[in-house]
Design a protein around this ligand. Structure first.
Ligand code: FAD
Length: 390
């Protein structure tokens, strides 16, 4: 029998082929080198000062639009994309958010619903990280219920004129291009809005106590005039943005387990070195019970992510299954962070350790890409056939 590996107690790595392992190692090394030494400081200051360099480097390792094909994208499998999300979020949810929004929301929308010209214009420079993108769906008064959005695009001759406000938009202020969803006379449509368009601005949202190493912004659209070909031609209706969100959410199923792994590792390390009452606190049964229970949920969560990844690669992943994964893994990740925090005692609240940073980050992850309650309602509807949304 192979020896028991505390880092992989279920032997999940056996599911990975050499290419998967290479992707994971590349991203893990990049995050260890470029994010971990600085992220506590970025977090404390509430900024991501090197975001443009980081985006270019992420482009360089193929992490932007990673599972898309063509246009300079890496064409990786869903499992490989998931492994990358896990490694990035083990460093910080803010970095994983940058990658998710760029690849799974902004690039995915253009790749799936854009014209050939839109794809040629934007995707190669987004894949390389030269241009950062954002995805504007949420509004100040419409979050979980985006169908009620007020942002409107009206036709003026062959042009479109866009007006409205978007809120809580990741990457907004640093974006060169925004994918903005708006009501039109025909239903909800997506627009590719260059950030230098007259009437467009993206003021940054300050005073966040979560995802502090991530840029979050408002999008202001005051009569932004766009040419006819700014609209994404291939989709009308909410299914457009929802399918992008399902793709990004799939990455979160993995990513949340990265944050959990980081906390769990810090807890094991601390438990085996910190002594009280003359012995390591990891020698007390109560601490071991915590570690054992956390290991169960961490590796069950990773196994679930693998399962969903394989279904996605086989073209068999349903949105309800993504809801299942996101609901479970983010909730369990938060639980693991909190329990890890108790093991570190007072040190658990310090930025010297990653735990509190991950715990507060995960509060955003619990809410964005569909709140816990929305995913409970998705599953509730799938289980009963009864719609409880309204
Ligand atoms: P609300 O929809 O007002 O919900 C408030 C509470 O009411 C929640 O608990 C919710 O579950 C509950 N609730 C609502 N309706 C029901 C119901 N029918 N039944 C039961 N409970 C209900 N959005 C983007 O478009 N692009 C981004 O890049 C982006 N990035 C984000 C980054 C961060 C850091 C954060 C925090 C958010 C981001 N968002 C983004 C917005 C995010 O998607 C929304 O916050 C989320 O959809 C929830 O909307 P809301 O905050 O308006 O909450």
């Amino acid at each position: 029998l192979p020896p028991f590996d505390p880092a992989d107690p279920l032997g999940i790595d056996d599911l990975l082929d050499p290419e998967d392992l290479a992707v994971r190692d590349t991203v893990r090394r990049w995050a260890a080198d470029r994010v971990l030494p600085h992220v506590a400081e970025w977090y404390e200051k509430g900024e991501l000062p090197e975001i443009r360099e980081l985006a270019r480097e992420l482009g360089g390792i193929g992490a932007l639009g990673m599972s898309l094909t063509g246009y300079g994208c890496a064409g990786a499998s869903a499992v490989q994309y998931g492994l990358a999300c896990l490694e990035l979020e083990a460093a910080d949810s803010g970095i994983r958010s940058l990658v998710s929004v760029q690849g799974s929301l902004a690039m995915y929308a253009i790749h799936r619903f854009g014209s050939e010209e839109q794809k040629q214009t934007w995707l190669p420079r987004m894949a390389s990280g030269e241009i950062i993108g954002c995805f504007g769906l949420t509004e100040p008064d419409h979050g979980s219920d985006p169908a009620s959005m007020r942002t409107y695009a009206k036709k003026d001759g062959s042009d479109w004129v866009l007006s409205g406000r978007k809120m809580w938009i990741t990457n907004g202020s640093v974006s060169g291009v925004a994918v903005v969803w708006a009501q039109t006379d025909e239903g909800i449509r997506g627009f590719v809005v260059p950030a230098d368009s007259a009437g467009f601005s993206a003021p940054e949202i300050k005073h966040k106590l979560s995802l502090r190493a991530s840029v979050t912004s408002e999008l202001v659209l005051d009569d932004v005039r766009l040419p006819a070909d700014a609209v994404l031609p291939e989709v009308v209706g909410l299914k457009g943005p929802l399918s992008c969100l399902s793709h990004a959410r799939y990455g979160i199923v993995w990513g949340a387990m990265g944050a959990a792994r980081s906390c769990f590792e810090a807890a094991v390390d601390y438990a085996t070195t910190r002594e009280q009452f003359g012995r390591p606190i990891g020698g007390f049964q109560l601490t071991q019970a915590k570690l054992a229970d956390m290991a169960l949920e961490l590796h069950k969560g990773i196994l679930l992510a693998h399962h969903l990844g394989r279904r996605m690669d086989a073209g068999r992943l349903r949105p309800e299954q993504v809801s299942f994964g996101k609901l479970n893994n983010v909730r369990e990740a938060i639980d693991i962070c909190r329990t890890s925090r108790t093991i570190l005692g007072a040190n658990g609240i310090s930025l010297e350790y990653p735990i509190m940073r991950h715990a507060t980050n995960l509060e955003s992850v619990l809410t964005y890409e569909g709140t816990v309650e929305m995913h409970q309602l998705v599953l509730g509807k799938a289980l009963t056939g009864l719609d409880a949304f309204r």
